[in-house]
Unconditional design. Structure first.
Length: 464
């Protein structure tokens, strides 16, 4: 989940949006975009660094005192200009940015397609845009109400912000499972997915809670609950200074990512593992899990920390699914003339999806006619594109070079895969249910451990 910024006030929005996006750059991202309202709605978005977007805006700037911006960390659809946010309604009257994942986007997309809507991107986000459009069209609802109706149909997580050319004095935002903060200025408001883009302008903030929707105008804002009751929100004082916030308040990215593990693991299980249903849903392997299940041998191939995740995966798959597993160093694989036979399946693991040795292993196995599957974090990465099928971690950007949350997310995916391969065959429904129940508890157990890290610091010093 990446970055959202928004502005409504009397200053030029573009500069505030770009600066805000740069402040969120620490989160990592693959594309950036802005939408500004000034009579009409104008959108600019670019794959790659914010500098590319800024260069484009420097050629022809967007005037207007209302706008939204986004840095994307792709989860659905490759990182490219079309998939970058903001996404606009069919007639181009409103624009939306979104952090998070819409789990039921396939069903919604099918429904909207049969109703005559078409899509220009591969994102889950555009489905939400069309859904809002549909509510406006069918029921003649105001945009705010249409957003609320559309969100009630969405399963998954979102932090969203919208602007429309039909109302140049309105910024709409809502959240569920993805943070949003409203910065309160004097006749102006700032929206941020964290405080980083806000703190420079104001320290007065309102934290939106899950299920809440805010309608912001220059002369005030109104927050509504899920059932559309107007809420009285407290205005808090930000304690962080600018520098702290750039790493989300943590001393360094690795620490931040360690602390993000409860969320990363929840996201790795979201839409895949359900408390009341022991059957794991791995959409990316839907058409190929039977092939993996029938494999005589699975070869897990990876480098570095991903290789360590593979070692855990070996134990899990062998213990639960009873399929023999071997773990290979991807860096050795292509050089050691590996024995691959019909009935083998190769599964590669890479956080970035770009690890050169792992990619070479993919190509070596494919050259020998062996099916290759992938577990990656980065959507649209080369390994994700070149493997036959696979599963994404959805752990969010990992900037720290020593892998933390990506490792635990990889193990979480491998556990789900092992369960998927075991279900119906090796494990009874009761056994599956028990494991699922335990897995679902891990994020809160990690959160509990991370609540007090003073002991960890002590132990780390001893070992050092
Ligand atoms: N799921 C959305 C996409 O793939 C948003 C990703 C994000 O949080 O940046 O475009």
């Amino acid at each position: 989940m990446c970055g959202i910024v928004g502005y409504i006030g009397d200053r030029e929005a573009q500069e505030i949006l770009i600066k805000g996006l740069s402040r969120l750059e620490y989160r990592g991202y693959d594309s950036a975009g802005v939408a500004v309202v000034n009579g009409s709605l104008e959108v600019r978005k670019k794959q790659g660094k914010i500098a590319r977007l800024s260069a484009d805006l420097a050629n022809a700037s967007l005037d207007g005192k209302l706008g939204i911006g986004h840095t994307r960390w792709a989860t659905h659809g490759a990182p490219n200009d079309e998939n970058a946010h903001p996404h606009v309604s069919t007639g181009g009257s409103f624009a939306l940015v979104h952090n998070g994942i819409i789990e039921n986007y396939t069903a919604l997309r099918d429904m909207l397609t049969t109703r005559g809507y078409s899509f220009v991107s591969q994102t889950d986000t555009e489905v939400l845009v069309r859904l809002i459009e549909d509510f406006v069209k069918q029921t003649d609802l105001s945009l705010g109400k249409a957003v609320r109706q559309a969100l009630s149909q969405v399963k998954g997580t979102y932090g969203i912000a919208l602007v429309t050319q039909d109302d140049p004095d309105m910024l709409i935002a809502a959240r569920k499972g993805s943070p949003l903060i409203l910065g309160v200025g004097d006749g102006e408001y700032f929206l941020g997915s964290d405080a980083a883009p806000i703190v420079e302008y104001t320290r007065k903030v309102v934290y939106l809670n899950d299920g809440e929707l805010v309608i912001v105008r220059r002369n005030g804002f109104k927050v509504f609950s899920v059932d559309e009751v107007k809420l009285n929100k407290t205005i808090h004082e930000l304690e962080w200074d600018l520098e702290q916030i750039e790493k989300g308040g943590y001393e360094h990215f690795m620490l931040k990512e360690i602390m993000e593990q409860p969320t990363a693991l929840e996201n790795a299980m979201r839409g895949r593992l359900f408390e009341d249903d022991p059957f794991v849903k791995l959409g990316g392997l839907m058409d190929s899990s039977h092939r993996l299940r029938k494999a005589d041998r699975i070869i897990l191939c990876a480098c570095g920390t991903s290789w360590h995740a593979a070692l855990v995966g070996e134990y899990l798959i062998e213990a639960w699914a009873r399929i023999p597993v071997e773990v290979e160093y991807a860096s050795e694989f292509r050089y050691r003339n590996p024995i691959l036979r019909d009935g083998d399946a190769v599964l590669v693991i890479s956080q970035s999806g770009e690890t050169a040795d792992t990619l070479a292993a993919v190509r070596e196995a494919q050259r020998q006619g062996i099916p290759v599957y992938g577990i990656c974090n980065t959507v649209g990465s080369t390994i994700a594109r070149e493997t036959d099928a696979g599963v994404y971690l959805h752990a969010g950007p990992e900037i720290g070079v020593a892998s933390t949350k990506a490792f635990t997310a990889q193990v979480t995916i491998l556990a789900q895969l092992a369960l998927k391969l075991a279900q119906d065959i090796e494990l009874s429904e009761a056994e599956l249910k028990e494991i699922v129940r335990e897995l679902k508890q891990i994020p809160s157990k990690i959160a509990e451990v991370l609540e007090d890290v003073s002991n960890v610091e002590h132990i780390a010093k001893t070992f050092r």
